[in-house]
Ligand binder design. Structure first.
Ligand code: PEP
Length: 262
């Protein structure tokens, strides 16, 4: 099937780089992509800095007319009010943030965010015109007990209960056992689950929305394996953690089309 889905490479910095380091990093990344004559219309690149960096990065992107996209790592399910420490989707939108991660395994595990919280954060993102990048994935124990697709598909279904079927989303399949472990899924494993997620989207949102929604793979993606994932028909990009903190490595991942055999 011919697809019009523009590949998306997302860099999740996690809790790394303060706002001064972020400015220096984004300047270097922009130069590196410019040097490589990167065509942003053929592969979209988005950075997800810590919340305290967003204003600085947004100012830089704006001033220098850089084509990098901007994402946030989390948002509140509430819009405003007495929620100490929380960040509203409205505030993110006011900073021209386009995407927001929801359901990342580190938030599910370290902050006890269950499917209900994920669904309400997806709804909050939608209310404020942000595109939620919904992370789903199974643990090693889930894989053993339920096989490859059951848990990610169930998480995706649960995450979409509070938004209209036509809400714009990005899905990121991130097997928990592959995150930060150096042990990436095989391209075939990624394809199998990404295809199952797309099939679920056909049921939930209809064939057109399923055909235009980007489904990414994440988990120990590096410059030496990115091309093998992007060769798979249902893998539309990557969510990259560790390797997104290295300018040369992230540039090479964004430039996967220049790798041999793609
Ligand atoms: C992530 O945390 O989303 C991730 C994919 O991390 P890493 O690339 O380091 O495995």
């Amino acid at each position: 099937m011919v697809t019009t889905r523009t590949p998306l490479i997302a860099g999740n910095w996690k809790m790394n780089l303060d706002h001064l380091q972020a400015i220096a990093f984004v300047q270097k990344l922009a130069w590196s992509l410019k040097d490589a004559k990167h065509d942003f219309s053929s592969v979209e690149a988005v950075v997800f800095p810590p919340a305290t960096d967003l204003r600085s990065v947004q100012t830089l992107l704006d001033a220098d007319k850089l084509e990098l996209g901007l994402g946030a790592q989390d948002l509140s399910s509430h819009d405003s009010g007495a929620y100490t420490g929380e960040i509203s989707g409205a505030f993110l939108r006011a900073l021209d943030v386009q995407y927001v991660l929801v359901g990342h395994s580190e938030r599910r595990t370290l902050h006890s965010e269950g499917d209900d919280v994920v669904a309400s954060k997806v709804a909050a993102a939608h209310r404020h015109g942000l595109v939620p990048m919904i992370c789903v994935g199974e643990t090693a124990a889930d894989l053993e007990e339920h096989g490859p697709s059951a848990v990610p598909v169930a998480q995706l279904r649960a995450s979409l209960t509070e938004v209209p079927a036509d809400a714009e989303i990005v899905v990121a399949y991130e097997p928990v056992w592959a995150i930060g472990s150096g042990q990436a899924a095989t391209p075939e494993q990624a394809q199998q689950v990404c295809a199952a997620l797309r099939e679920a989207l056909v049921e939930i949102a209809g064939p057109e929305r399923a055909a235009t929604t980007r489904v990414l793979y994440g988990g120990s993606v590096k410059s030496n394996n990115i091309a093998s994932f992007l060769r798979e028909p249902d893998v539309d990009g990557a969510l990259v953690g560790g390797a997104s903190l290295d300018v040369a490595e992230f540039t090479s991942i964004v430039r996967f089309r220049s790798h041999v055999g793609v």
